[in-house]
Design a protein around this ligand. Sequence first.
Ligand code: ATP
Length: 205
Amino acid sequence: MTIVLGLTGGIASGKSTADSFFIKKHIPVIDSDLIAHHILDIGEKGYNLVINYFGDQYLAANKTIDRAKLGKLVFNSPKDLAKLNEITHPLIFQEIETKISQHKQENEPLIIVDAPLLFESGGLSYCDRSLLIAVPEKMQVKRLLARNHITEAEALKRINSQMPLAQKQKLADYVVTNTGTIKELEDKLNELLLKLIKEDQYGMS
Ligand code: ATP
């Protein structure tokens, strides 16, 4: 049996850090951010759909989609954001489902799908269970400021544009807090793997 575990969490909560742990354990990780990026590359399914709707002014000189310009538009216009999501989400889902099927054919016992908007975008439809990496807002801001060159106000704006942590905690099957060291996070993830083995006779080396 394969378990598809959706991995989510707020911005800078430690999702990529958790991904690295699973990859070290040879567990396949499907990165929905990478897929979302890839489907807008030249020649990919989302490219023509986006340019047909939003227009040539969103093309850079080298004919790639000007992601920064498009991002600025949708960040300030809920209607355009909804349209962009309407175009891209089905393509992202399709690609995630294709990758899940491939890993299932390879008899992988566990597949991780890293999806920052797992709960918001209906990602639970392709997952068996969900794992939330939880970090209190203060720490999220601290890590975000240490990683990105943005102001505290900008960090808070990004955090507050997402579903509140308390709501995500209610929806998640498993919650792992990432308030300690990276080693502590890895130990907790390891514990979760042991729990999955026990619950599902999920076998891994
Ligand atoms: P995003 O939402 O932007 O994709 P993310 O959820 O994938 O972010 P990470 O990139 O894993 O989060 O972590 C955010 C930052 O915090 C990174 O610089 C990472 O190295 C750091 N970080 C993550 N976990 C810890 C920890 N336990 N202790 C110290 N720093 C950490």
